[in-house]
Design a protein around this ligand. Sequence first.
Ligand SMILES: Nc1ncnc2c1ncn2[C@@H]1O[C@H](COP(=O)(O)OP(=O)(O)OP(=O)(O)O)[C@@H](O)[C@H]1O
Length: 306
Amino acid sequence: MTEHPTPHAVRLAGLRKSYGDTLAVDGVDLEIAPGEIVALLGPNGAGKSTTVELILGLSRPDAGTVAVFGRTPREAVDDGLVGAMLQDGAMLEDATVGELVALFASVHRHPLPVADVLERAGIADLACRRATELSGGQTQRVRFALALVPDPDLVVLDEPTVAMDVATRREFWAAMRRFVAAGRTVLFATHYLDEADGFADRIVLLRDGRIVADGTPRHIKSIVAVRTVRATVPDLSADALRALFGTDGVTVDGDGGGVRIRTNDGDGVLRTLLAHSPEAHDIEVTGADLEEAFLSLTTRTGGSVR
Ligand SMILES: Nc1ncnc2c1ncn2[C@@H]1O[C@H](COP(=O)(O)OP(=O)(O)OP(=O)(O)O)[C@@H](O)[C@H]1O
């Protein structure tokens, strides 16, 4: 690992990027310390890929700055500090996997040995396969191998496990864990909440190009403290339920036959429900999982919940 004179692996300040009328990244400030494993989580169009591209220097911000280990993205990539795995990274169709890794290695100053890369990415058995003979999940793993070639201190991955089945996904994260054990920094964009929860030690939640939450998975869950209250409520109509609970931070689905209320205040909802519905029964209150927190955070109107 390279000794770095900066406390930040990644530092984004006031970052903005538009495409025409679309504000893809809208004032992002983010500092990632060396050794952190950070998930960029957000719905479609939240700005994850755009942020990743800016960090890698693949596009330039309209405003704000990007520093990677205190350097410009370009310098960091040229110095072999960054490995990237993008959603649509090019593959040479005529080359074998081994040849492709060797080709990548030939353009880096201090590459890992090809066999080492294949081993670390868990694809030694694919070395003689041509790119055209790979499944979607295998192609993803080859892209991961290419990201490891420079023996980078920072790995940036955009939706790395797309097209991987459950077993391949598990192997991928196991390979990733081995790779980061030496204190490397990882930033990955994902839709998969379970992956962010299971692999990252910090989740940065993006919505509409802005960071709406930033913290450990536990913190993300605690700041919204979402509870789901389910009940059969035969004596209240759907309208009456919405009138009772349809305030900020509470969503009501279903009707009296089977209602589901998502709220930050489970106790309050329960008290109100019992006060207004003597016939309410089959009441069940469940705690937040990250999916609930995510839905709550990404559908809430208004400001940030940092
Ligand atoms: N090259 C581009 N040209 C025009 N608009 C773009 C371009 N790239 C992204 N956008 C727009 O910018 C916004 C952010 O897109 P981005 O791909 O960064 O989001 P994302 O969170 O990665 O989404 P997804 O999960 O669907 O990949 C979207 O509204 C998208 O349509």
